[in-house]
Design a protein around this ligand. Sequence first.
Ligand SMILES: [Zn+2]
Length: 214
Amino acid sequence: MGVVRVLAIADAVSPVVYSENFPGNLPPFDVALSAGDMPGHVLEFIATKTRTPPVYVIGNHANAYLRGEDPDEARLPGGCINAHRRVVRVAGLIVAGFDGSARYRPGPHQYAQATYHAMHAGMTPQLLWHRARYGRAVDVLLTHAAPVGPQAGDDWPHRGVGAFNRFHARWRPQVHVHGHVHLSGANASRSYVTAHGVRVVNAFEFTLFEITVP
Ligand SMILES: [Zn+2]
């Protein structure tokens, strides 16, 4: 048993995170999880300031890419772990990820709901392997878009992804960290618990939480 302390970020760069005092200006954490639409240079900044590589997924705005010396060549942030369609173990935490959002216009990192279902099905071997190896398939589901439910948006681009709800039912992660839907207003809720016992956390800007793993 161990407690893993998580810094979760998404969508908007908080001056608390992108600060010369980071990470000493925050309570200690073991790993940073980025739920998308976080600029690549901010992910690299976090990677240089932390011992454990940040784990991220790309959002629909795809601003994680960095320009190299050749302006035609985009690269992904260095020193970070891209969790899209992967199950990764970092700081004792098993994380499964899906990037992008439900499709609303042509472009990369947007998927039809059927494509999300297919990507979910494609994760089965990795999840079964982790279950056999560690006694549990996954601790955290990390996505950019929200599942269907109270934190999905009312508008078409921000609608929930049903495959994530199926993921909850089948694999029972303790926590689902997502972004994409901006929190606004004094009463915007940061998290809720689903009927399957999954704590769904909107990581907009940043939030800290703890998770106890076996
Ligand atoms: Zn988004």
